[in-house]
Design a protein around this ligand. Structure first.
Ligand SMILES: Nc1ncnc2c1ncn2[C@@H]1O[C@H](COP(=O)(O)OP(=O)(O)O)[C@@H](O)[C@H]1O
Ligand SMILES: [Mg+2]
Length: 281
């Protein structure tokens, strides 16, 4: 399934937020969008998911203008995890994840054992099975995030648009979600577009990287070509040190106005912290 945009412009009222966006999302691959707050990443994703009508240009799903397709058809093909999804009051985890199956139902197609299986699998893959009976509004930010991902998985769409899927997650759960995203791409051939803030993680997990600023693409391509000190400066307006390792990992060290507080000679230097691990002396 291909997703493209041609000269796409998106606005809220008179305020144009995305302008002239030309995108060719690589099929079956993971694409990450990075860029500063407010540059239009979420707006672009909403446009791609047909939640916003373009003021100019088009979004093409398999070559067809997405606005000419029935809502249900789009919902079966494109899944969107919004940045701040609204939790329906009192809904349990199992109920929310089951809603992911709605686009596949209709007058003639009722709930089946296949749906049960897909919901169970989605819970399992996101390690949320234990939470199934809990009300979603009583979960921690990280648990809730994983439950929304489970719902998106339950839609079983060939295309997944994830807006900051790792926000609220600790580092271990971030890696778990990103590993899952790669599994979906490698094992199921799912096409993923996700907004991420962490450049090294975006570089590690994405095949294709898009850097945005002011509603337009500044750089795009293989992570190795996009994550450079120059591009980071262009996009975020900061100076940083970028170091690529052989294995394809990158470290991005922002150089702010201050030097590290440790490692400097100072007579009043506080004693080094002692790291204690529980159960060890
Ligand atoms: N629903 C909305 N109504 C009006 N303006 C909006 C709305 N959503 C976002 N914006 C504005 O559009 C710009 C881009 O927002 P957004 O796409 O959310 O940026 P990002 O996801 O890159 O942080 C921002 O200036 C924001 O204030
Ligand atoms: Mg956003």
């Amino acid at each position: 399934m291909t997703l493209q945009s041609r000269n796409l412009s998106l606005a809220y009222g008179k305020r144009v937020v995305v302008e002239g966006l030309d995108l060719d999302v690589p099929e079956g691959r993971v694409t990450a969008i990075v860029g500063p707050n407010g540059c239009g990443k979420s707006t672009a994703l909403r446009g791609l998911a047909r939640l916003l009508r373009p003021t100019a240009g088009q979004v093409l799903l398999d070559g067809t203008d997405i606005h000419s397709l029935p809502t249900r058809t789009v919902a079966r093909r494109v899944g969107l995890l919004p940045q701040s999804p609204i939790v329906p009051e009192g809904i349990t985890v199992a109920e929310l994840v089951a809603r992911g199956r709605h686009p596949h139902h209709g007058l003639l197609r009722q709930w089946t054992r296949d749906d049960d299986r897909i919901v169970a699998e989605s819970l399992e893959r996101t390690h949320t099975t234990d939470l199934a009976g809990r009300p979603v509004d009583q979960l921690s930010g990280g648990q809730r995030q994983r439950v929304w991902i489970a719902m998106a998985l339950a839609q079983r769409t060939g295309l997944l648009l994830l807006d900051e899927p790792t926000s609220f997650l600790d580092i271990a759960h971030q890696v778990e979600v990103l590993d899952l995203v790669r599994d979906l791409s490698v094992e199921d051939g799912t096409t993923v577009v996700m907004v991420l803030h962490d450049l090294p993680l975006a570089a590690r997990y994405a095949d294709h990287l898009i850097a945005m600023r002011d509603g337009a693409i500044v750089a795009e391509g293989r992570p190795r070509d996009v994550v450079t000190a120059d591009t980071v400066c262009d996009v975020f307006g900061i100076t940083c040190r970028v170091r690529w390792e052989h294995a394809g990992d990158v470290s991005v060290i922002p150089l702010g106005r201050h030097l590290p507080t440790h490692g400097q000679e100072s007579p009043e230097e506080p004693p080094h912290a002692r790291v204690r691990v529980a159960g060890r002396p």
